[in-house]
Design a protein around this ligand. Structure first.
Ligand SMILES: Nc1ncnc2c1ncn2[C@@H]1O[C@H](COP(=O)(O)OP(=O)(O)OP(=O)(O)O)[C@@H](O)[C@H]1O
Length: 283
């Protein structure tokens, strides 16, 4: 592999923002009665918006792997986006390490809480450049950049063949893997993933889940993930050493269930989601 890279003189030193709170009993992220509504016409000031999320409260703890489930249109993506301020609550508050989100500079927040969307973009870069770029931007020393990129490539088994390709030369699943690797090199405290396994085969899905599981233990990474694949999740959480996390079930913008994975009845969860889907179809 050719290890050379260059992005001109771009440099931002934000390394000090990644302070780790190791207390697993203190909520890392806390939502208090968060509601989000959207307007059909943004210029119509006096017309109330329609509701997307209503009165959502929950906590997420360090080193846990948490899953948002729910029917199509339930508000899962909006909830995930609100966790790194891509959308703002219409009412209610979100806290990160007890600090009100609105008081944290957005760049600092997004250095600690990184979102990988459902259809990630590599911004016209090759895979290799896309992996180096976030670290060059942050001004990290070259050996550390190289070490983190190599580690990420190894963790997610990114093939050498992909490194010179752009996103147009990758499948959606490959692009998601690269985007997750690009997020991991930053070593965030929280990783937000929107349906990361939807385009992956079962082998890659399991590899990703195992990698995330290891990182929750080794690096105290906290994961919040939208995922529909209940069979995959059931298998993942059936391991005795992977019981740290919760299932957040959204239905029509309401939080129906906020429960530790160890207490989940998977058959019942599946039936409840299907029922919510059927109810939606009749609205
Ligand atoms: N840009 C937007 N502006 C306003 N409303 C939107 C916008 N995007 C989606 N919505 C609406 O917000 C609600 C929640 O959408 P969201 O994308 O969060 O659902 P989801 O649970 O992630 O669904 P899916 O499983 O299909 O991805 C839906 O009713 C949707 O129609």
């Amino acid at each position: 592999m050719d290890n050379s890279y260059s992005f001109g003189s771009l440099s931002l030193d934000v390394r000090d923002t990644n302070k780790i709170d190791n207390n697993k009993n203190t909520a890392l992220i806390r939502l208090e009665q968060v509601s989000i509504s959207a307007k059909l016409n943004v210029k119509a000031k006096n017309i109330p918006g329609y509701s997307i999320l209503q009165d959502i409260s929950f906590e997420v703890f360090p080193g846990s792997c948490n899953i948002i489930v729910g029917a199509t249109g339930a508000g899962k993506t909006f909830l995930l986006r609100s966790l790194n301020r891509l959308c703002e609550p219409t009412s209610g508050k979100i806290y990160f390490q007890n600090q009100d989100y609105s008081q944290i500079p957005v760049f600092q927040l997004r250095n600690s809480i990184v979102l990988v969307p459902q259809e990630p973009k590599l911004l016209g870069m090759s895979v290799k450049d896309a992996l180096f770029y976030p670290l060059v931007l942050r001004g990290l020393p070259k050996p550390e950049i190289q070490q983190r990129v190599n580690q990420s490539i190894e963790q997610l088994q990114i093939s050498d063949d992909w490194l010179g390709r752009t996103e147009l030369q990758l499948s959606l699943g490959q692009r998601q893997i690269v985007a997750i690797a690009r997020a991991l090199v930053i070593q965030p405290q929280v990783l937000l993933l929107d349906e990361p396994t939807a385009a992956l085969d079962i082998g890659y899905s399991q590899l990703l889940m195992q990698t995330l599981s290891q990182l929750t233990k080794i690096q105290n990474l906290t994961v919040v993930m939208v995922n529909h694949q209940l069979e995959l999740l059931k298998e993942f959480y059936s391991h005795p050493n992977q019981q740290n996390g919760k299932i957040l079930h959204l239905s029509q913008g309401h939080l129906l269930c906020d429960r530790a994975v160890s207490q989940i009845d998977w058959a019942n969860l599946k039936a409840t989601i299907l029922q919510a889907q059927t109810d939606d179809d009749f609205i």
